[in-house]
Design a binder for this molecule. Structure first.
Ligand code: FAD
Length: 475
């Protein structure tokens, strides 16, 4: 047996505060690997935006590892044991993942190693608390967020202090015939160069994550509690893709909040930001205890709900051409940047489900394909929350009125004007509902409804009432 330790990177694409990587480095010489495993992912295989992000992220990580990252494609259940045998590895390490397909696969791999000489190191590096660490006193999982956070998370042992990146990594000598392929051979980039518009919005990798955190702590956190609802303001961190890919650990963020030197930042902003980090933990807990979260409503009474199947409406929503400005602005932000502000995510999701009466899983699938932070747990839990069929979900009668939402949270119209420039000359009075504008105002603003900008594809009031009736029938 050699002194080689294989670290299998997955959703932990960073060197600092990576306990499993640090342990592997202590064991001897490091063979860092990444496997694109669509075989085991099946229907949960990454979407387009994620693949683009991953392509860039692997390039950055390889540079950090001084060109030593080895790439493979295929079934990790075969590849990892083969690599361990090929190199005579002493140990294989990985950071635990919690998606059902990854847990099943990882367990199968661990079981194979249990019967051999090669050991495994499996540690948490992605969550503040692993799902099984936060439970009610009776040993059952929380179903409601506030007690999960206040009684569960805040009473649990605090997240571990973050670790520095390993000082000096000794790398194992790679062998030519180990099946590794090039980054290009992973074929992660889409055939249509849609990803090129995403690139200017993101500085992918560990350094980019730390810079985003610093920017947020310096300029965004103060005022977060109220400012986080206004999509044109810089009061959200945009850390979600970095957290999803593990360019930064939640522990690093949590402890950076402890270390804040700026006394001017009100506690309520810090606390609220911590609670948002805990929503991520809550989603993971939901997924862990409900492995069907992505497919089945948590509340069984929704199983037979009759959704409408209208491909034209769905396509208008996806393209940001519904004729409802705040919805279109959000969907275009998503398409152009791979991100959408949380308030707007809730508005577009509510519109799809409760005005267009479309199955929430259609929205979940589109987000999965187009978000750079597409995350099985957060995405499914959030869609179920908006649909009203999830844990601690929005009550059925809470149907966002997208016009009122826009008037409240985009009061100066900055966000809509940015993403829906064809409406930019409309006065605020009509910007949020151009269909009520008098003809001369539309003409003056260069807007021809149905030509330069769509007329609304649905009557907001009638569709809302129909949804209320359908939901009421369930309760
Ligand atoms: P900040 O406000 O700066 O929050 C900091 C971090 O807290 C986020 O990065 C995120 O990790 C976590 N967080 C914040 N809000 C939530 C939330 N409601 N649920 C879970 N975690 C949260 N988030 C994803 O990471 N991936 C998804 O695929 C995803 N899909 C969503 C789908 C819908 C329909 C909705 C309504 C929300 C979805 N969210 C998803 C949650 C939330 O919108 C994003 O996490 C947030 O907008 C990310 O932006 P930020 O980093 O600037 O957030």
């Amino acid at each position: 047996m050699s002194d080689i330790a294989i670290h299998w990177f997955r959703q932990d694409l960073r060197l600092s505060d990576n306990p499993a990587l640090a342990k592997a480095v202590e064991q001897g010489t490091l063979l860092p690997v990444y496997i694109l495993d669509d075989d085991n992912a099946g229907p949960d295989a990454m979407g387009g935006a994620s693949r683009w992000w991953l392509h860039e992220a692997l390039g950055v990580l390889n540079d950090q590892l001084r060109g030593h990252l080895r790439l493979y494609k295929g079934d990790a259940r075969t590849i990892i044991p083969q690599l361990a045998a090929h190199y005579g590895a002493r140990v294989v390490s990985w950071t635990r993942c919690y998606e059902p397909w990854r847990m099943a696969r990882d367990k199968a791999i661990k079981d194979q190693f249990d019967a051999q000489d090669c050991g495994t190191i499996r540690l948490n590096g992605s969550l503040l608390w692993e799902p099984w660490a936060i439970q009610k006193q009776d040993g059952t999982p929380y179903k409601v967020f506030t007690p999960f956070f206040r009684k569960g998370c805040l009473q649990a042992p605090p997240p571990a202090a973050p670790m520095e990146a390993p000082d000096d990594i000794a790398f194992a000598k790679p062998q030519e015939d180990d099946g590794a392929i090039s980054l290009g051979e992973l074929s992660l980039l889409p055939a249509v160069a849609w990803h090129k518009q995403l690139a200017p919005h993101w500085d992918i990798g560990e350094a980019g994550a730390q810079a985003a955190l610093k920017r947020f702590l310096d300029d965004g956190l103060n005022g977060y509690k109220s400012g986080r609802d206004v999509p044109s303001q810089p009061h959200v961190s945009r850390l979600s893709p970095y957290l999803h890919w593990g360019h930064i650990s939640p522990n690093q963020i949590w402890h950076a909040l402890d270390d804040l030197e700026d006394d001017a930042i009100p506690d309520q902003d810090v606390d609220h930001f911590r609670s948002e980090l805990a929503w991520r933990e809550f989603s993971y807990s939901l997924l862990y205890y409900n492995p069907d979260l992505t497919k089945e409503p948590l509340q069984p009474k929704f199983a037979g709900f009759e959704w409408q199947d209208d491909p034209e409406m769905l396509s208008a929503w996806q393209k940001g051409r519904t004729g409802i400005p705040i919805v279109d602005a959000g969907m275009r932000e998503l398409w152009k940047t791979g991100y959408m502000h949380n308030r707007v995510r809730m508005i577009v999701a509510s519109f799809l489900i409760k005005n267009l009466h479309t199955d929430w899983r259609e929205g979940e699938a589109w987000f999965w394909d187009t978000l750079v932070d597409a995350d099985l747990a957060n995405n499914a839990a959030s869609w179920q929350w908006v649909a009203g069929c999830g844990a601690d979900a929005a009550p059925y009668f809470r149907i966002f009125n997208p016009v009122l939402q826009a008037e409240k949270f985009d009061a100066d119209g900055q966000y809509i004007r940015h993403y829906v420039p064809e409406l930019s000359k409309l006065p605020n009075k009509y910007l949020f509902k151009p269909w009520v504008a008098p003809k001369d105002i539309l003409t003056e603003a260069g807007v021809r409804l149905g030509e330069t900008y769509p007329a609304p594809i649905i009557d907001l009031k009638a569709s809302r009432e129909a949804a209320l009736d359908a939901y009421k029938a369930l309760s």
